[in-house]
Design a protein around this ligand. Structure first.
Ligand SMILES: C[S@@+](CC[C@H](N)C(=O)[O-])C[C@H]1O[C@@H](n2cnc3c(N)ncnc32)[C@H](O)[C@@H]1O
Length: 227
């Protein structure tokens, strides 16, 4: 069966990832529902785990409308040249994120694809990504992890929150219905543990920090000091 494609902006057309230009106007209404009300809790967990010093450069990959990007910018000091950069391939998401963040000094948004990050090597102290990796297939998962490792400074860290191997009946139902509803093979890959496989194949060391609702895992990845 031929899958209907939503309209995609020019940047979004450069990736095989599932991009969400069409969802930008309603995304902030849907995100809390899709995360079973846990969206802000995940953001707080990610920020706590990052243990920010306040003067750092942070990258939010697949940032959507930039809610977490804003929370991170707020956790950084606006008296230094710290910055949280949000990146998404959907230009309409980036337009919505810029509008929401108007007036915030230490934030910026870029419309670009995560498998070809438009930043120099060793630019960022930390990177985050929430509910992005189930939008890209296995080969892109590996590419994005390699790109993230490239733009992180030695010793840099990354937090990922995403669909993972279900560990309960409830988790299996949620994860499988997401797969069925969106007909998104990339979700099935995460359910089968392919995000973990991609992390195993990356240069990062990684661990699962916590697991939620039986199908969502918070991961921490670390880049070696010598790389
Ligand atoms: C489910 S949303 C997550 C947004 C946000 N991080 C959150 O937690 O609400 C996934 C985002 O990934 C973006 N995306 C998909 N493929 C991409 C790619 N190759 N490069 C950059 N962004 C991509 C989509 O446009 C979408 O905004």
């Amino acid at each position: 069966m031929h899958k209907k494609q939503h309209p995609r902006s020019a940047v979004a057309r450069q990736t095989e990832g599932i991009t969400l230009d069409h969802a930008a106007p309603v995304y902030d209404l849907l995100a809390p529902i899709m995360t079973l009300g846990l969206e802000r809790r995940f953001h707080r967990m990610v920020i706590r785990q990052l243990a920010l010093r306040g003067d750092e450069q942070v990258l939010d990959i697949g940032c959507g409308t930039g809610t977490l990007t804003r929370d991170i910018a707020a956790a950084l000091s606006d008296k230094t040249n710290s910055c949280c950069t949000g990146l998404d391939a959907a230009e309409k998401m980036i337009a919505a994120a810029r509008k929401k963040a108007a007036g915030i000094r230490n934030i910026q948004f870029d419309a670009a694809i995560a498998e070809r990050l438009p930043y120099a090597d060793r630019t960022f102290d930390a990177a985050v990504s929430t509910f992005f990796f189930h939008h890209i297939h296995f080969e892109l998962k590996k590419k994005v992890l390699a790109e993230t490792a490239r733009v992180l400074k030695p010793g840099g860290r990354m937090m990922i929150v995403d669909v993972d191997i279900p560990t309960s009946l409830f988790g299996t139902l949620c994860a499988r219905s997401g797969h069925w509803l969106f007909q998104q093979n990339e979700i099935a890959e995460n359910i089968e543990g392919r995000l973990r496989d991609a992390m195993d194949k990356s240069s990062f060391s990684w661990r699962a920090v916590s697991h939620h609702s039986g199908y969502i895992t918070v991961f921490e990845l670390n880049k070696e000091e010598s790389l």
